[in-house]
Design a protein around this ligand. Structure first.
Ligand SMILES: [Ca+2]
Ligand SMILES: [Ca+2]
Length: 212
C-alpha cells in the first residue's frame, strides 16, 4: 500500500479558529470536545483498508472518497462533528464501526468480520447507534448487525461474546418474526430513520457493519 503523509497547517488553524470550513475536499466542523487535530494522513486505498489502517494507527475518524479511494484520517483526536464534503464519507474507526458493502447472509457477514479481526457490530450504547447510522451510506436500507435470537426464539442477544441487549431501537412492532424464521438483526430504514428489524439469517441480500 502506498502512503502519502501530508501535514496541513490550515487544518489546525481552522480547528482552532473556525467553526466550519472547507479544507481541500473536507468540511471540518469544530468539535468543542477536541480542540485541535494533528498528524492528518492521506493514503490511497479501499474504504475497508482506509478504516483498517486508521484503526491500526489509532485514528478516531477518517474521510474516504469513493471516486478516488483517497483516505484521510486523524491519528490522535476524535471529531464527532467532522463532516465530509460531497463525494466523501466519514468513517469513525476507533469506535470500530466499519461498513462493508458486500451483499451477503448474516453468518457470512460475521465470518467476514472475523477475518477483518472483529465481529458484527453491536449497539451497546446510544453512541454506537449514532455511529452506525453515520456509516450507512445514503440509499442503503438494510444492514446486518450482530443481534440474533437463533438460540431461543424471542431471546435476543449480542453474540461473540454473548451479551444481553439492553437498548431498544426496534422498529414499529418489531421484532415480528415474520414467516416464523426471522432470527438475525438488521438496521432497516423505516420511513425516515434506521431502526432494528429481524430478518431471515440466510437472506443473501445485505451489506453489514463490523466492530473492528
Ligand atoms: Ca426470531
Ligand atoms: Ca421482521
Amino acid at each position: 500500500m502506498n502512503f502519502y503523509v501530508i501535514y496541513i497547517q490550515l487544518l489546525l488553524e481552522y480547528l482552532f479558529y473556525g467553526v466550519a470550513e472547507n479544507v481541500g475536499n473536507f468540511l471540518i466542523k469544530k468539535d468543542t470536545k477536541f480542540p485541535y487535530i494533528s498528524s492528518p494522513t492521506y493514503i490511497t486505498t479501499s474504504k475497508l483498508e482506509c478504516a483498517l489502517q486508521c484503526q491500526k494507527t489509532q485514528c478516531c475518524a477518517a474521510s474516504f472518497n469513493g471516486a478516488t479511494n483517497a483516505c484521510y484520517f486523524n491519528a490522535t483526536h476524535c471529531y464527532f462533528q467532522l463532516e465530509a464534503s460531497p463525494g466523501w464519507e466519514v468513517l469513525h474507526t476507533i469506535l470500530s464501526k466499519v461498513f462493508v458493502n458486500q451483499l451477503t447472509t448474516w453468518p457470512d457477514a460475521e465470518t467476514q468480520c472475523i477475518s477483518f479481526g472483529g465481529h458484527l457490530a453491536k449497539v451497546l450504547n446510544p453512541v454506537d447507534d449514532e455511529l452506525i447510522k453515520n456509516v450507512i451510506p445514503g440509499g442503503v436500507h438494510y444492514v446486518w448487525i450482530d443481534g440474533s435470537d437463533e438460540g431461543k426464539e424471542g431471546n435476543w442477544t449480542w453474540n461473540n461474546p454473548v451479551e444481553n441487549i439492553l437498548l431498544d431501537y426496534w422498529g414499529p412492532s418489531r421484532p415480528d418474526n415474520a414467516g416464523g424464521d426471522q432470527n438475525c438483526m438488521i438496521y432497516r430504514y423505516f420511513s425516515g430513520e434506521y431502526l432494528w428489524d429481524d430478518r431471515e439469517c440466510t437472506d443473501n441480500n445485505y451489506p453489514f457493519i463490523c466492530d473492528i
